[in-house]
Design a protein around this ligand. Structure first.
Ligand SMILES: [Zn+2]
Length: 222
């Protein structure tokens, strides 16, 4: 009886532990740092080193490695260096105008969000379709980040910092805030959401004023 019971337990454990073990292995693999020199796409070791900690897989052509961000940045800088001064200036001005458009877009989205409740901002109706992250505030933050990237590009091209500091529009904490509003449509959640919207608005206005100034200065030079 006792033995049968033991075997039964083992049987149950044995069956249920296979997916558990697999999940454990996948979790470990996902949390391990990228191993340089092994293709993450096809696991081939036939890789060519392109730069420190950057490789290209000779089997599938995938490029990756822990040094990728630094490598991309160096490539972009080399591209900028290869431009003649006039092209570089015009490209920078185009980047700045693009950032101005993105900031205007963000401002419009934030103005809309300003009159919505936190629940509406999260867009509960579409939540079960997984589109909550397209909520109006997150879209605004994305536009702000796009503006920030354009400003960074323009600054690199002109070799001068065109605005003070990076554009502050952290998406992570924003998504968490919007998620937390699912736990109740309380006044506190609305206040918190609108405090966050006001902060994003103020940041948009701060950066836009500086971008407008820089655009006018560059246009006068063009
Ligand atoms: Zn590969």
């Amino acid at each position: 009886m006792l033995i049968a019971y033991g075997v039964g337990i083992l049987g149950v454990l044995g069956l249920s532990s296979i997916p558990l073990y697999r999940a454990y292995r996948m979790h470990r693999a996902a949390s391990e740092p990228i191993e340089d020199g092994v293709c993450v796409a096809c696991q081939s070791r036939d890789c060519t080193l392109l730069a420190p900690a950057v490789y290209r897989c000779n089997k599938c052509g995938f490029e990756a490695g822990s040094g990728m961000p630094a490598y991309r940045k160096a490539l972009a800088l080399a591209q900028i260096d290869a431009m003649d001064p006039k092209a570089r200036f015009e490209s920078a001005l185009a980047d700045l105008r693009e950032s101005r458009l993105a900031l205007l877009g963000a401002q419009g989205l934030l103005d809309n969000a300003g009159v919505m409740s936190a629940m509406d901002i999260v867009d509960l109706e579409n939540l079960d379709r997984g589109s909550a992250k397209q909520s109006v505030v997150v879209a605004a933050a994305r536009e702000m980040q796009r503006a920030g990237n354009c400003i960074e590009q323009a600054s690199a091209k002109l070799r001068q910092q065109l605005t003070e500091g990076p554009v502050k529009a952290e998406l992570g904490s924003l998504e968490m805030l919007l998620d937390s509003s699912l736990f109740g449509d309380s006044l506190a959640t609305d206040l918190l959401a609108h405090a966050r919207i006001d902060a994003l608005k103020a940041e948009t206005q701060r950066v836009r004023a500086q971008v407008e100034h820089a655009v006018r200065r560059l246009e006068a030079r063009a």
